[in-house]
Design a protein around this ligand. Structure first.
Ligand code: FES
Ligand code: FES
Length: 160
């Protein structure tokens, strides 16, 4: 398998990475670039733990080849806060609503919520539940997660 040097734009920074043609984005983020906020659960596109945003859209990094996202803007959970040491409104709402137990699903949930609130700033509960349908919380904290997304929406989440 041949290696290839590609440039990935992640959280507004460019990273040159030497990868195999068949290397998955989740591996590159987690293992090569040490962006460990992106979690790895099922590895088969079923749990949502590995969700990142690519050009603003949620994708499952465990089933996405890294070579296919060269030239795109990738956002991981490390890139959602406006500054180091600050939280974005969705992260704050998750804390306030205690919507985090073990936290394994949280990065994916927050990125999916961000996509939802950019597209639909005042979603109904049903729309929130539909948006997080592909993200599994093994701790089953769905009620708090939905409340946190509602709270972020009520505060006019500024996630553009
Ligand atoms: S680890 Fe990617 S969907 Fe489960
Ligand atoms: S908080 Fe544990 S998996 Fe969701």
């Amino acid at each position: 398998m041949s290696k290839k040097l590609i440039t990935l734009t992640i959280n507004r920074e460019q990273h040159e990475v030497l990868i195999e043609d068949n290397e998955l984005l989740s591996n590159v983020l987690h293992d090569t670039l040490a962006l460990t906020g992106t979690k790895y659960g099922c590895g088969t596109g079923e749990c949502g733990a590995c969700t990142v945003l690519v050009d603003g859209d949620p994708i499952l990094s465990c089933i996405t080849l890294a070579v296919t996202v060269e030239g795109c803007e990738i956002t991981t959970i490390e890139g959602v806060a406006p500054k180091v040491g600050e939280l974005d409104p969705i992260q704050e709402a998750f804390l306030e609503q205690a919507a985090i137990q073990c936290g394994y699903c949280t990065p994916g949930m927050i990125l999916v919520a961000r996509d939802l609130l950019v597209r639909n700033p005042k979603p109904s509960e049903e729309e929130i539940r539909e948006a997080i349908r592909g993200n599994i919380c093994r701790c089953t904290g769905y009620t708090s997660i939905v409340k946190a997304i509602q709270e972020a929406a009520n505060h006019g989440c500024c996630c553009k």
